[in-house]
Write a protein that binds this ligand. Structure first.
Ligand SMILES: [Zn+2]
Ligand SMILES: [Zn+2]
Length: 361
């Protein structure tokens, strides 16, 4: 099969012929139809990680059709249409209490591109191993090996070439609003960064009945799109008085949501809260936050993975909202053939495309 292999920090993705090894009893082979590209895929270009983790197949917003299942798999069958999300063990305390995003094996199963036991199942043209379990899937390829825990079965009439991003970016934004904030009708939210994750939060906040949805971003085109999707007020990120503009004539917002990972922006997001408010952070950078402890009086700050979601619960809900027309994420998407993956990456980094989707054939 063809796959986009990353062989080094500063190398382009290369389309290669690779071979998938034998399935283990708990594994599922999925024919990938399309896969979103998420900013987390690009952390593989971080020099601190890449040399250790390449060669690897990235991609963790896959959508496709089950082709083959291992002998102990019972929840999916060949022919099922599925979305791929992050993997989890199913048996740790977090998994058993409905919080698989905080699975004790989250890193082992998702962040290194290998199975939890450290092995991988793909070989390149020279017979060398290529890491193929990035977020339990490695979906920038024509086939992905997953487990039934990171598959979500969807109706066969849905467009698989569109739905992949539900498995990470959109789940992170919408799940943060529904699961972590539990935003109630009339409450206010400020969203920092109008990329796919931020705009998913905007759509979710509108669905939840937010009274005010303030969006901050550097790109005017994104602020315009944010208004189309439900923002009631927008603030240019380079304004001198972002904090004052976000608060407006209130004593602060109920919730703030940072997707930027920029520490100065995170400090503003916390400062914009009313007492009793909650800041949800999802962007991971290398900087440190410098704030006065007094700023935290009565306020809560939390860093959330994958929107705190159970994919098998949240993704079908998001699909229903999309069918109803209230979660129109197709407005964020541009599709590219797999062979144009390097262009998709460039457009994602420049901001020209909010959410690239790679289509396999
Ligand atoms: Zn677990
Ligand atoms: Zn992601």
């Amino acid at each position: 099969m063809r796959a986009a292999v990353l062989r080094g920090v500063d190398r382009p993705f290369e389309i290669e012929e690779v071979a998938v090894g034998e399935l283990r009893p708990d594994e599922v082979l999925v024919r990938v139809v399309a896969s979103g590209m998420c900013h987390t895929d690009l952390i593989l270009r971080n020099p601190a990680r890449a040399s250790e983790f390449t060669p690897i197949i990235a991609g963790h917003e896959g959508a496709g059709v089950v082709e083959e299942v291992g002998s102990t798999v019972t929840r999916v069958s060949p022919g099922d249409h599925v979305l791929l999300s992050f993997d989890s063990c199913g048996w740790c305390r977090a998994c058993l209490t409905g919080a698989p995003a905080y699975c004790e094996e989250f890193n082992a199963r998702n962040m290194f591109g290998v199975r939890a036991d450290g092995t991988a199942a793909i070989t390149d043209g020279d017979g060398a191993t290529v890491r193929n379990r990035w977020f339990g899937q490695s979906s920038f390829a024509e086939r992905a090996v997953a487990t039934e825990r990171n598959l979500v079965v969807v109706a066969p009439d849905l467009p698989l070439e569109l739905l992949g991003p539900l498995g990470c970016g959109l789940q992170t934004g919408a799940g943060s609003v529904f699961n972590e904030m539990k935003l109630a009708p009339g409450q206010s939210i400020a969203v920092f960064g109008a990329g796919a994750v931020g705009l998913a939060a905007v759509m979710a906040a509108k669905i939840a009945g937010a009274g005010e949805i303030v969006v901050v971003d550097l790109h005017l085109s994104r602020l315009k799109l944010a208004q189309e999707l439900g923002a009631t007020r927008v603030v240019p990120g380079d304004a001198d008085d972002v904090l004052e503009q976000v608060k407006g004539d209130t004593d602060g917002v109920d919730f703030s949501f940072d997707t930027t990972a920029v520490t100065g922006v995170i400090a503003t997001a916390i400062s914009a809260l009313r007492q009793g408010g909650k800041a949800v952070l999802v962007g991971a950078g290398s900087g440190r936050i410098d704030i006065s402890p007094l700023l935290l009086v009565g306020r809560t700050v939390t860093f959330v993975l994958e929107g705190g979601a159970v994919p098998q619960v949240l993704l079908p809900q998001l699909v229903r909202y999309w069918r109803e027309g209230v979660f129109p994420f197709e407005k964020l998407v541009r599709t590219y053939p797999l062979s144009e993956i390097n262009q998709a990456e460039a457009d994602s980094l420049s901001g020209a495309t909010i959410k690239p989707i790679l289509v396999m054939s």
